[in-house]
Design a protein around this ligand. Structure first.
Ligand code: UDP
Length: 472
């Protein structure tokens, strides 16, 4: 639907992501999706995050509004305005709490904006709910994850399943989904700890979400409906809507002129010409990986004899001397920001060793690349279960003690890398990921499930707001 010709109704959306790449990237895709439909968008950010956002929205009609990031906040190093700039994820809670100091600046900007019909803001920016209420703007919440972790986390929490007698690694069933077996360790970072800052933050986020007008979910009904339908039927507050995968809004640039190709794409071209399938290795923008674990990754990759492209973040420890030289015929390590979707779409890439950040999972699925799951933090352990046990589009690395958070030795990595790239289980998940990739494409196409849901949210439900009726 194109709203530019409508004289009676012209939506205007505010988008405000949390300051991390995993939350900002899909929100930028959402901005593009709305702009394609001629819906004006105002995108909120902070000065150090602006260049990333401006680059993405360059040439579009989106307005970008910059709010000054608070200075001299205890626990937040000067100049750090996004989680990938933090020296360690242990600073997450002071950082997240500091965003509250943006509220007066945000509200000053809201006073100047004309006829905003909807705010889509991050669940981690809980305080935007109260700004939305103050200004009478309906708010939809975006967290960046799918319905599987959302519904299971809530069920586990309300049923007190984490305070049962089981040890941290003993599987327990979720009565509402009897085929699913979870462990306390799948939830550790979210609910297992009792640190005051964590509980306080999660409670504020949950309360403000339940008071909002809905949840927009970066996923699609074809993989999420079992969990989303349960949520919408049993929990209701607020209703969830699948509108993704948002990474499909703008196809990655794959047909590049030779002078436009970064060195790693040229290397992938070479591997394609040699007929050597490549494993893509990346653990997202913010994972903390210990030096010992990093050592096992390097040895495991070296001994697997697989061709690999490893995108390694600066903050991870240095890899051992001589590694890059020893593997140079079949492995490349990249230390820059890459276009991950471009890499995944390269025809030589046949597997993704991933931490299972939800964006990486969706991007891999959309490129029909099977996943070797190695979750590290946040809801990634649940995403990994979803990948391996529910969607069946990937395998999982083996930990030494079989626990979900255990150490991965080179043997457990090497074995599963080979299985994914060459084994029978690898073949099965490769076949399945192709089917799911097709379903994802269909969901986003005109008339598809996500396309229709977005129409419903923008076109129908918010039309009601202008008539003064209830929203969603
Ligand atoms: N990403 C990228 N280039 C990089 C590193 C990350 O394009 O060098 C993108 C990646 O494609 C994904 C996002 O950053 O869209 C990371 O989100 P994800 O949920 O996968 O992981 P997180 O970084 O939040 O742990």
């Amino acid at each position: 639907m194109d709203y530019s010709s409508s004289t009676s109704y012209r939506p205007h959306m505010i988008l405000f992501p949390f300051m991390s790449k995993g939350h900002t990237v899909p929100m930028l895709h959402l901005a593009s999706l709305l702009l394609h439909r001629r819906i004006p968008v105002t995108f909120f950010t902070t000065p150090a995050n602006r260049p990333f956002i401006s680059q993405h929205l360059a040439g579009s009609e989106a307005s970008i509004v910059e709010l000054p990031f608070p200075e001299q906040v205890a626990g937040v190093p000067a100049g750090v305005e996004s989680t990938d700039m933090m020296p360690s994820m242990s600073l997450f809670y002071p950082f997240a709490q500091a965003t509250k100091l943006l509220q007066p600046h945000f509200e000053r900007e809201l006073e100047n904006l004309q006829s905003v019909t909807c705010m889509i803001s991050d669940g981690f920016l809980w305080w935007t709910q109260y700004s939305a209420l103050k200004f009478g703007i309906p708010r939809l919440v975006f967290y960046g994850f799918g319905s599987y972790p959302m519904t299971l986390s809530r069920l586990v929490y309300v049923n007190g399943l984490l305070i049962g007698p089981e040890s941290d690694d003993e599987p327990f069933s979720v009565p509402e989904f009897p085929w699913i077996r979870l462990t306390k360790n799948d939830f550790k970072a979210s609910f297992g700890e009792t640190s005051g800052a964590q509980i306080d933050f999660l409670m504020k986020a949950a309360k403000s979400t339940s008071e909002s007008n809905g949840l927009v979910i970066n996923s699609f009904c074809e993989i999420d409906s079992v969990f989303l339908d349960y949520w919408n039927r049993e929990f209701k507050d607020p209703r969830g809507w699948c509108i993704g995968p948002l990474c499909l809004v703008e196809p990655p640039r794959v047909e590049l002129q030779p002078h436009e190709k970064p060195a790693w794409v040229q290397w992938l071209d070479l591997k394609l010409a040699q007929g050597n399938p490549v494993l893509y290795v990346a653990f997202g923008s913010q994972a903390d990986i210990s030096a010992e674990q990093l050592q096992e990754i390097t040895t495991g990759l070296e001994e697997s004899k697989t061709n690999f492209l490893w995108v390694k973040r600066q903050k991870e420890s240095e890899i051992g001397d001589g590694f890059e030289e020893r593997v140079k015929d079949r492995g490349i390590v990249v230390k820059e920001w890459v276009d991950q979707r471009q890499i995944l779409s390269h025809r030589s890439v046949q597997g993704f060793l991933s931490h299972c950040g939800w964006n990486s999972v969706l991007e891999s699925i959309c490129a029909a690349v099977p996943i070797l799951a190695w979750p590290m933090m946040a809801e990634q352990h649940l995403n990994a279960r979803n990948v391996v046990e529910e969607m069946k589009v990937g395998l999982r690395v083996e930990t030494t003690d079989g626990s979900v958070r255990g150490f991965v030795k080179k043997e457990g990595l090497e074995k599963m890398v080979k299985e994914l790239m060459e084994g029978d289980m690898g073949k099965q998940v490769r076949k399945k990921v192709k089917e799911v990739a097709e379903a994802a494409k269909t969901a986003m196409e005109e008339g598809g499930s996500s396309w229709q849901t977005l129409n419903l949210i923008v076109g129908e439900t918010f039309k009601k707001t202008s008539a003064g009726n209830d929203v969603v």
